[in-house]
Design a protein around this ligand. Structure first.
Ligand SMILES: *Cc1c(COP(=O)(O)O)cnc(C)c1O
Length: 346
């Protein structure tokens, strides 16, 4: 094998969804499958969730929705977070983000109100205007009124309560409709953050929705990358671009078949690890475009063709993210298309 193997456990995704359903008992739980299901494959992921009973899906862009409709068939709701008016065709449910979009739309839709992200959705003045003059709502069947939490991953953040208040106020100004509120982390806030439809993404994919606490979700992703070559270098010899790492002793260096073009950030810069034959070994030197080097001196059995685990139980996407100052979401969505992908069935 000459490229990495990305194993995606669809059974774990389904179990994570069921767990979120049990916690969010007040309402339904959608599957957010934007950006190709956070890089893991929207087709297989959404199919597994649909077969498990998930009836609501969210994507970011119309073209994602069009592709997903072909995969899922006519039944489930596929909501498009941005990109009206294109989103209203192809049996997709548009998320309307302004009065102008609301006026232009006829039929079923979700209306988004902005309660603190300052990103998409009706602002306070548009809500006031709609309360005075509800005519833009004519011809629109509001399936849900939704808003998006900005800081749900920090339960103590004051913005959470502010957003809950603003969302409650906004709903009073609108016709009675079902509500959609929490993302993954919001589900774990419970209470006021429960609604008729939660919209988790990251937690389905095994990212910790409760940072700082043990991860309540099951791991989903394993990335293993084969050793292309092994060499012995003398003490004092350097490894990789810029010669940034120097061997302090005679060392065995393994070069593996993935790099920053495969979504393993260059910013890792020798601070992550791999697991080879059950032994954790440090990455050394810079991450190249297609290659990473590890010091396997202390894993004497290492051989060409061995798979080195880069994402797995010993170092999950969140851990890798922390090393280089990003979040697990960005690690997953960056993994790219050069890996062989294997799906474990649901
Ligand atoms: C991405 C997104 C979600 C899912 O968020 P997670 O933090 O991954 O659970 C939910 N709602 C909206 C509007 C989003 O953009």
């Amino acid at each position: 094998m000459s490229r990495g193997l990305l194993t995606i456990d669809l059974g774990a995704i389904v179990r994570n969804w069921r767990k979120l359903c049990a916690i969010h008992a007040s309402g339904a739980v959608a599957g957010v499958v934007k950006a190709n299901a956070y890089g893991l494959g929207a087709g297989p992921v959404a199919t597994a969730l649909r077969d498990a009973g998930c009836r609501h899906f969210f994507v970011a862009q119309p073209r994602e929705g069009i592709a997903l409709r072909k995969v899922l068939g006519p039944e489930p709701m596929i909501a498009v977070l941005g990109g009206f008016p294109r989103a209203r065709r192809h049996g997709l449910t548009p998320v309307l983000n302004s009065l102008e979009e609301l006026r232009a739309h006829q039929g079923q839709a979700i209306l988004q109100v902005d309660t603190g992200m300052s990103r998409l959705g009706l602002d306070a003045s548009e809500l006031e205007s709609l309360a005075r003059d509800p005519s833009p709502l004519e011809g629109t069947e509001l399936l849900y009124v939704m808003t998006h939490l900005a800081a749900a991953d920090e339960p103590g953040h004051p913005l959470n309560a502010v957003q809950a208040d603003r969302f409650a106020e906004a709903c009073l100004k609108l016709p009675r409709a079902r509500r959609s509120f929490a993302n993954s982390s919001g589900i774990f806030l419970g209470g006021r953050y429960a609604s008729d439809l939660a919209r988790p993404g990251c937690a389905l994919y095994g990212i910790n929705p409760t940072p700082g606490k043990p991860n309540p979700m099951e791991p989903v992703v394993r990335l293993e990358v084969p050793v292309l070559q092994l060499r012995t270098i003398a003490a004092g010899q350097t490894v990789g671009y810029g010669g940034t790492w120097m061997a302090a002793r005679p060392s065995r260096i393994a070069t593996i078949a993935a790099g920053y073009a495969d979504g393993l950030p260059r910013a890792i810069d020798g601070r992550a690890k791999g697991v080879i034959r059950g032994k954790a070994v440090p990455m050394v030197g810079r991450v190249s475009m297609d290659l990473i080097t590890l010091d396997v001196t202390d894993a004497p059995g290492a051989a060409v063709g061995d798979l080195v685990e880069i994402i797995g139980p010993a170092q999950d996407a969140d851990a890798l993210a922390r090393i280089c100052g990003t979040i697990g979401y960005e690690i997953l969505t960056s993994l790219g298309n050069r890996y062989e992908r294997r799906y474990l069935p649901a």
